[in-house]
Ligand binder design. Structure first.
Ligand code: PRT
Ligand code: ZN
Length: 308
């Protein structure tokens, strides 16, 4: 904390961004910043880093600390899983602490769901099967909100890690934990029955109104770059040759960010070249359908940057 305070004092005029130091969100957070042109200079302490080319300081912390750092006004920006953000917001409301932040943008990583999972052998016909059971979780508030809505009561058993082993070790009847591929549940003989919350990483800030104009301007610029990076990652540039009378069929198949560009082909009056930015990823199935329509020379290229 001493070092954090020192950084904050030294860089009062710079925007401070908190990201996870090491964990599932760290790599993607660093990559996102790099793609936005932020040149990060990692300090020896590795508790903070600064951008060489922008007024931005980066604090590397545990993910659980990020909502508090934002809401208590220590940093202006944070990248955090919405599961942690929501859970901590509910805790703060319970103890009558203020909950204040602005959600700037949902990010395209850290995607997971908070689910209730039961043993494979358990017969399950609906949430009432969970009435009064002991549920192991690190997210008691999100779980309670979900159960309250359905008028079902349960006994929370709070664990801060290794929730998936709670059933096999006899600590709980069922569990409520984050799931992404489902492999951990499989390995522990459990299956998902209720999705309590859908989560992804988010860029949040202090209440945007409370920031000084210079910081607001910088945050807006960074946000536009982040939006551009995410949009580019979701989009593809497509080029193909097609007969003129098949153009409508082709454009119906491709979700375009904008209208396609059509170019005449040299020495062939019936065919054209079509260039377009697709706002969706192009899968092999789509390429096969294009081929069936008579398209040839189909190229799908990644887009590095995009600005609308
Ligand atoms: O040390 P620090 O406190 O910073 O990190 P942490 O250990 O608390 O969190 P970490 O790094 O494990 O996760 C950070 C964030 O990543 C979470 O808060 C989520 O927003 C997001 N995330 C995305 C996940 C997962 N996917 C995920 N699968 N967090 C955890 N898991 C775990 C889950 O708890 C279970 O143990 O992975 C296992 C299940 O994965 P599958 O693929 O087998 O289903
Ligand atoms: Zn954590």
């Amino acid at each position: 904390m001493l070092i954090i305070n020192k950084v904050i004092k030294l860089n009062k005029n710079r925007v401070r961004l908190a990201i996870q130091k090491s964990g599932r969100l760290s790599y993607d957070s660093h990559e996102l910043l790099k793609s936005c042109g932020v040149k990060i200079n990692l300090q020896k302490s590795s508790l903070f880093a600064f951008a060489e080319n922008m007024p931005l300081d980066i604090l590397l912390v545990r993910d659980d600390d990020i909502p508090g750092l934002i809401m208590d006004g220590v940093v202006e920006l944070g990248i955090i899983g919405s599961n942690v953000l929501k859970e901590q917001s509910l805790t703060r409301l319970l103890v009558k602490e203020s909950v204040s932040y602005t959600l700037l943008h949902k990010l395209d990583f850290g995607v997971c769901r908070l689910s209730v999972s039961v043993p494979l052998e358990m017969k399950y016909s609906g949430i009432s099967c969970l009435q009064n059971l002991r549920i192991a979780t690190s997210y008691p508030n999100l779980l309670k909100r979900y159960f309250d809505k359905q008028n079902v009561s349960f006994k929370p058993f709070i664990l801060n890690g290794s929730v998936e082993v709670a059933y096999n070790s006899g600590l709980a009847d069922v569990i409520c934990d984050l799931v992404s591929t489902g492999a951990t549940l499989d390995a522990n003989g459990l299956r998902e029955v209720e999705t309590v919350y859908h989560s992804c990483a988010c860029l949040i800030s202090q209440k945007i109104k409370s920031l000084v104009p210079e910081k607001k301007i910088f945050i807006k610029k960074l946000l536009n770059r982040i939006k551009g990076v995410i949009k580019a990652r979701e989009s593809k540039y497509i080029m193909l040759h097609i007969e003129k009378n098949k153009l409508n069929a082709v454009t119906n198949l491709l979700q375009g960010a904008e209208r396609p560009t059509i170019l005449e082909l040299f020495g062939n009056k019936n065919k054209v070249a079509l260039h377009m930015v697709s706002s969706e990823n192009i899968f092999w199935e789509t390429m096969e359908q294009l081929k069936l329509l008579g398209a040839s020379s189909i190229l799908v290229l990644p887009i590095e940057k995009m600005m609308e």
